[in-house]
Design a protein around this ligand. Structure first.
Ligand SMILES: NC(=O)c1ccc[n+]([C@@H]2O[C@H](COP(=O)([O-])OP(=O)(O)OC[C@H]3O[C@@H](n4cnc5c(N)ncnc54)[C@H](O)[C@@H]3O)[C@@H](O)[C@H]2O)c1
Length: 464
């Protein structure tokens, strides 16, 4: 009898453990351990509808204002100057020399000078002008959402550097403003336009890999020297401050963007919950000790951001996504960009390769890869790839992004990336911070489309 009770107890424990595991993996919603809804979805305000595949009136010449002319903004001035249907009419930065540099670029490119602004709140005055169509934001992270919201409120389309939002609250403000004003709001995720990423998106859409089951992306980029650069680095060392104050996946968008499109996120599938864990912080302190001395302020201060953050996301349709973030270790650059399906596999870093059924054990040879990449070259790359390589900007992807943004505005087409992409990819920042703080607790990812995620069944990059 005693033995029987013991066996029963063990069986019950096993059943409970299996139940907990099943609940945690999202296969049931009745158990104790479903993901925590830390940020419940607010109802859509009355009279507002979604902006999936939003179309706005075509714009003959897209008049652009660029706010923030640091490392990234200067590149935008140059790239947009190549696009005939775009005209830069205003440039703003709190550093007057940066405004001057932008004017010199315009002159060099044979473009008329733009109106220059140096006040910290010039973006308000600029947003109120009635001769601007697009506000293009390249400031540090904290100003992206405030400027974007203000500009949409004043009737402007918006493109913002990454991330679009730092918090879930900002994310909802962006969604609500875009839905109410019917303005485009695109996050400038250039990595979606890299050549291999576009080819693999085309392969996915043509079924080469079968059903994509798992995908991985990352932002692994040794930024230590830039983070600590008092001169010539980030304005006011803003990026170091984020690493000092927060732990989590601080920059998930580059890794997530291309795979989210490959997985049709909010076009038939939806990210449901995540778990996120960070290593402790070692890298910045070790670097600061070596560079500035053991007793220096940089070596003594606290940096909250653990060197390696790993975030795992599960989708409603049962797919998994792994996103990593590490900007403080001496490692070769990587965004991973890995797609694993029922019929094949592709990966960009650390080794670019593809494997396909029935020979999935082996990488394709260099010749087979070249032929496949040619066969599946994305039509947009066929159209502007050569020009993009010539103009440059991370090898050309930045130009393809700007070209597509202006092309879609010019022709009145839906943009390739919408406000939901922008906030979904950015939302991982705050959601991961919460998970990290709570030992990897599963956290629900809000449905920013509020139920419309299943209305479309694929991502479309529209052409006329
Ligand atoms: N997509 C990419 O590949 C890529 C690459 C680098 C940076 N970025 C992103 O671009 C953004 C800018 O990064 P960066 O490297 O150019 O940083 P940066 O520090 O060089 O540039 C920020 C600029 O904003 C200006 N600024 C500050 N306050 C301002 C205000 N009130 N009004 C107008 N301008 C103001 C600063 O003077 C500075 O010139 C960041 O979001 C970053 O994450 C993206």
């Amino acid at each position: 009898m005693k033995r029987f009770t013991g066996l029963l107890r063990i069986s019950v424990m096993l059943l409970l453990a299996a139940g907990l595991f099943a609940c945690q993996s999202g296969s049931t919603r009745d158990g104790l351990f479903t993901a925590v809804d830390v940020f419940p979805t607010p109802p859509r305000p009355e009279g507002q509808t979604h902006v999936l595949e939003l179309r706005a009136d075509p714009i003959d010449t897209v008049r652009v204002a660029i706010i923030g002319l640091g490392m990234r903004g200067q590149g935008a001035v140059r790239r947009l100057s190549y696009i005939e249907e775009a005209k830069i009419v205003a440039v703003a930065d709190v550093v007057p020399e940066s405004v001057e540099r932008a004017q010199q670029t315009l002159e060099r490119m044979g473009r008329p000078p733009a109106d220059g602004y140096t006040a910290a709140d010039a973006w308000k005055e600029i947003s109120k002008r009635d001769d601007i169509d697009l506000v293009y934001i390249c400031t540090h992270w904290d100003l992206h959402a405030p400027i974007a919201i203000y500009a949409m409120e004043h009737g402007k389309h918006v493109a913002t550097e990454l991330p679009a939002a730092l918090t879930i609250e900002e994310a909802w403000q962006l969604v609500n403003t875009a839905e109410r004003t019917r303005r485009h709001m695109m996050m400038l995720e250039n990595c979606n336009y890299d050549f291999f990423e576009m080819a693999t998106l085309n392969m996915v859409q043509q079924g080469l890999f079968g059903e994509i089951v798992h995908a991985e992306g990352a932002y692994i980029h040794d930024l230590r020297s830039l983070l600590f650069a008092e001169e010539g680095g980030y304005w006011d060392m803003w990026r170091l401050e984020h690493n000092a104050k927060y732990d989590g996946s601080l920059y998930p968008m580059h890794g997530l963007g291309p795979i989210a499109h490959a997985l049709n996120i909010h076009r038939g599938d939806r990210m449901e919950y995540l778990v996120s864990v960070s290593s402790n912080q070692f890298g910045l302190t070790a670097y600061a000790k070596e560079k500035f001395g053991e007793d220096s302020d940089y070596a003594q201060r606290e940096y909250k951001k653990g060197d390696m953050n790993t975030t795992i996301i599960k989708t409603v349709k049962g797919k998994t996504i792994k996103i990593q973030h590490d900007v403080t270790s001496p490692r070769p650059y990587s965004r991973i960009h890995m797609l694993s399906g029922t019929k094949g596999f592709a990966q960009k870093w650390p080794r670019q390769g593809i494997a396909l059924e029935p020979n999935g054990h082996n990488w394709l040879s260099a010749e087979e890869m070249a032929a496949l990449l040619k066969e599946y070259e994305h039509p947009i790359v066929t159209e502007v790839g050569e020009k993009a390589r010539e103009v440059g900007g991370h090898g050309g992807m930045d130009f393809i992004m700007d070209y597509r943004l202006i092309y879609c505005l010019h022709h009145g087409l839906p943009l390739d990336q919408d406000v939901y992409d922008a906030v979904e990819w950015s939302s991982i920042i705050e959601l991961s911070k919460v998970s990290v703080k709570n030992q990897g607790m599963p956290v629900k990812i809000p449905d920013f489309t509020r139920g419309a995620w299943n209305e479309l069944n694929t991502v479309t990059y529209y052409t006329k």
